[in-house]
Design a protein around this ligand. Structure first.
Ligand code: F0G
Length: 454
């Protein structure tokens, strides 16, 4: 057994509640069986997401105290901009209030009706913005990416042949950019390789198509490149980061993930695109030197980005996730392999194989995991899809329950507790029933929709 080691010590703590099971049942019923609608006071382990809930370092908290507050021209912003240039080598940087705000700006600037946007895989908010602006998303992930059980080290890779074919079919003029997502979220936090990104960039360059990187989950991806990719063994995280960013025309990220803070931003090379995007920042986000973020968030992001260049900081997420996945597998629980970043992903299709996809197996399992242990995970399956235009369900490629491991938040004993409860639930999985909507929002229904057992 490989025991991951915390490379930090805990100096500020938050008291937790573990409600009795009857109260948990009541809480999830009131939440419409949607873990997004639970209250924190009823949650023991909040594994909903890593977004905005990673632990901050002492240096981040310290920097927040010296932030330079002003509407325009803040020193705090220029410190961030300098750090961005230092790490990614980009001259232009625009701040935004979070990742999806960057997606809105990118979509409004670059996506025109009828456009095709090839990518390794979609993210919920990404696709919603691209579609809203008249685009169509094409997912060109390698076949192994959608295999739940695999030993492929880079399941987030794009298939270069599929990309070539996509460009031939639609014509480069109809493709504003190719989007690569680091630590591909919806298929289990799976990384792409540097080699794959190089291949994609070659194709983009040949066809004069921009390459856009969603770097929200870059930290995990960097770690996997470092430990899994032969050609990168001897490179530092900083060097790998530079190799990646040199290939990209635009890099955007959710600062709630990358940099363990809040907010987000877009790095841009092209002057003209920068000028267009600037206008959207002032329209939707705020002035150019804060973009909807507080200066404290910006200071924390600057330090967080620097700390991301430290392998002993970024290995914490993946190592704890691998440990949890192994514990679960020992108990027979079906999980995504190889373990990726962001969280441990349970294969609901197999866990509750008696529940059909129209009854949201991953949603049902997420609710059951909460009842079983006060553990809040997130549905990442058919419930997170949008319906087809004729109103029919769009079954997801995978039915996952994601148990996020916000970085440096949970101890090893808490991770063991979660595994123990889920293994118990697996032995009693016949208790879990499918779900049906009581209230179904039209857009991004998974956030606020309410359901009941079928
Ligand atoms: N891109 C990726 C890959 C993401 O994982 C997220 C957010 C976003 C963009 C949007 O960023 O939330 O700051 O607006 N993922 C969160 C999650 C919500 O829980 O996986 P945001």
């Amino acid at each position: 057994e490989q025991i991951p080691l915390e490379m930090h010590k805990v100096r500020i703590v938050q008291k937790l509640n573990l409600q009795p099971v009857e109260k948990r049942l009541k809480a999830i019923t009131e939440a419409g069986n949607n873990t997004f609608l639970l209250k924190n006071r009823d949650v023991f382990m909040d594994m909903l997401t890593d977004s905005g809930v990673n632990a901050m370092s002492d240096r981040q908290l310290g920097a927040m105290m010296v932030a330079d507050d002003s509407y325009a021209g803040s020193e705090t912003f220029f410190r961030l901009k300098e750090k961005i240039t230092d790490i990614f080598g980009f001259e232009h940087f625009l701040p935004a209030h979070q990742g999806r705000a960057c997606e809105n700006i990118i979509a409004q600037t670059l996506v025109k009706p009828g456009n095709i946007i090839p990518m390794n895989y979609h993210f919920t908010t990404t696709r919603a913005h691209f579609v809203l602006n008249g685009g169509t998303v094409e997912e060109l992930i390698i076949d192994e990416g959608l295999e739940v059980i695999s030993n492929h080290p880079f399941k987030g890779n794009i298939c270069a042949d599929k990309l070539r074919h996509c460009i031939d079919k639609h014509g480069a003029e109809n493709i504003p950019f190719v989007r690569m997502e680091a630590g591909t979220n919806l298929i289990g936090g799976q990384p792409f390789s540097l080699e794959n990104l190089e291949e994609v960039q070659e194709l983009c360059k040949e066809n004069k198509i921009l390459l856009v990187l969603d770097a929200s989950l870059l930290a995990d991806n960097l770690h996997f490149i470092k430990v899994r990719e032969e050609q990168c063994r001897e490179l530092s995280i900083r060097e790998i980061t530079k190799r990646i960013s040199d290939l990209c025309d635009i890099i955007y990220f959710s600062g709630r993930k990358l940099g363990c803070a809040r907010g987000g931003g877009i790095c841009i090379r092209d002057e003209k695109i920068f000028a267009q995007m600037k206008e959207f920042v002032t329209l939707y986000e705020g002035f150019l030197t804060y973009g909807g973020m507080s200066v404290r968030e910006i200071e924390a992001m600057t330090i967080g980005l620097e700390e991301t260049m430290d392998e002993e900081v970024i290995n914490q997420g993946p190592e704890f996730i691998a440990f949890m996945a192994e514990e679960l597998q020992r108990g027979g629980v079906p999980v995504i392999t190889p373990p990726g970043g962001l969280g441990c992903h349970i294969n609901a299709m197999k866990f509750v194989s008696h529940i059909p996809q129209e009854q949201y197996p991953a949603g049902a399992l997420a609710a059951a995991i909460y009842i079983a242990g006060g553990i809040r995970g997130m549905e990442r399956g058919t419930l997170s899809e949008e319906r087809n235009s004729d109103g029919s369900e769009h079954p997801a490629d995978m039915e996952l329950v994601r148990l996020a491991l916000p970085r440096r938040v949970f101890t090893l004993s808490q991770v063991k507790y979660a595994a123990d409860r889920i293994i118990w639930l697996y032995k009693n999985r016949h208790l879990i029933e499918g779900l049906t909507f009581v209230e179904e929002p039209r857009i991004l229904r998974f956030f606020t929709g309410k359901l009941k057992p079928v």
